[in-house]
Write a protein that binds this ligand. Structure first.
Ligand SMILES: *Cc1c(COP(=O)(O)O)cnc(C)c1O
Length: 377
């Protein structure tokens, strides 16, 4: 195809990244530790006010380590958001735990506090709750925190998509016992690949770093008393992260502007609603999404095909975990009393729109024109 590709969300580099990477080369710190790693941890801790941070090879690794810190093992029940990327719950399987999938609520598309309450009635003693902030929109954290605290169950916040989002003025990822961020290629800032585990508890983060470096005991010889992992971030990629972090607020402002443009452009089409915001939060708008009314003949596939024909990338909403073949047989707690699933409806009727901050005004006009055309506008 000769037409320029318009992306969903691709990396946006600024130049400072190369400066930090060059420093790593100049000092020969081309290793899974070094000054950029330490600095990125400190800079992220300062930015999010998370307390302490461990830079890791992936967000998935961060979730895995959070579960290890909580001692999740064979048969332990973990409540996890149902409408999410599989990385939120794969680590439960690594530890042979038992996921129970919690439906979304319509207000934010995130974990339903009502479904979470019902999950506790059915399974009174889960070992952890993993709550996702989907597409950057903060979950109803007050209610979810209150439920978790009442049941004395630790909360892990999967803030992989919501770095920069706040809830009542505080950064997502800093409410739970542990929080995780991702720096994967299409996230709001990227290190090409990487992640971070954060916590107020310094000892826990130290222990995560220990597990992430093959759990090597402090002895001169190589001694190990526990199973560890090779999960540390490299000093080269941490350099990319340091350069990116300087531009996170700018990325967020641009993402919010993209969302605002879509919302305004579709405001006269009653069949379209945008992905929800949380009035108690300030979302990073990582991906703009839309939901098509049930009674409309237009399907997400029709829109994705129309965009694809113009070399424009869009994608479906995450397919809920309880519908995944690999997780068949695990329990699902729906939001609605009648047993119907909010997440499934969002999956069937929603899609993610191009949210790349490099898209020009002309690109946005093209995208909007194609979508409006699908609705006969
Ligand atoms: C991207 C993502 C992850 C995983 O992060 P990686 O850095 O790719 O391992 C986890 N959860 C959610 C919701 C994500 O979108």
């Amino acid at each position: 195809m000769s037409k320029k590709r318009i992306y969903l969300s691709s990396p946006t580099m600024h130049g400072e990244e190369q400066k930090y990477v060059q420093e790593a080369f100049d000092t020969n710190w081309v290793a899974p530790l070094g000054p950029n790693v330490n600095a990125l941890e400190q800079e992220m801790a300062a930015y999010t006010q998370c307390g302490h941070a461990a830079a890791l090879s992936a967000g998935t690794a961060a979730i895995h380590l959070a579960l290890r810190l909580l001692g999740i093992g064979q048969g332990d029940i973990v409540f996890v958001s149902d409408l999410t990327f599989s990385a939120s719950c794969n680590p439960i399987a690594y530890e042979k735990g038992t996921p129970v999938f919690i439906d979304s609520e319509p207000d934010t598309w995130n974990m339903s506090p009502e479904a979470l309450e019902r999950a506790f009635e059915k399974y009174p003693e889960p070992k952890a709750v993993i709550c996702v902030h989907l597409y950057g929109t903060p979950a109803k954290l007050d209610r979810i925190m209150e439920i978790c605290e009442r049941h004395h169950v630790p909360l892990i916040e999967d803030a992989a998509e919501s770095l920069g989002s706040t809830y009542k003025g505080r950064h997502t990822g800093t409410f739970g016992k542990y929080g995780i961020y991702s720096f994967n290629g299409n996230k709001i800032i990227t290190t090409s690949g990487g992640g971070m585990l954060v916590s107020k508890e310094e000892e826990a983060v130290k222990r995560a770093t220990f597990l992430a470096t093959q759990a090597r005991d402090p002895a001169r010889h190589y001694q190990h008393s526990q199973i560890g992992y090779n999960y540390r971030m490299s000093n080269v990629t941490a350099g990319i992260g340091r350069g990116q972090l300087l531009h996170l607020e700018e990325h967020k402002a641009k993402k919010k502007e993209i969302y605002r443009k879509y919302r305004e452009a579709f405001s006269d089409i009653p069949e379209i609603t945008m992905n929800p915001m949380n009035p108690d939060g300030d979302a990073n708008c990582w991906l703009s999404g839309m939901l098509i009314a049930d009674n409309s003949e237009i399907t997400p596939d029709i829109i994705m095909d129309a965009l694809d024909a113009e070399n424009i990338e869009s994608r479906p909403v995450w397919k809920p975990m309880h519908l995944q073949p690999v997780f068949a047989g695990y329990d699902f707690i729906p939001h609605n009393e009648d047993g119907s699933s909010v997440g499934e409806r969002v999956f069937n009727r929603g899609l993610c729109l191009p949210s790349d901050i490099k898209n020009t005004d002309e690109d946005m006009e093209l995208i909007i024109g194609i979508i409006r055309g699908c609705f006969g506008k």
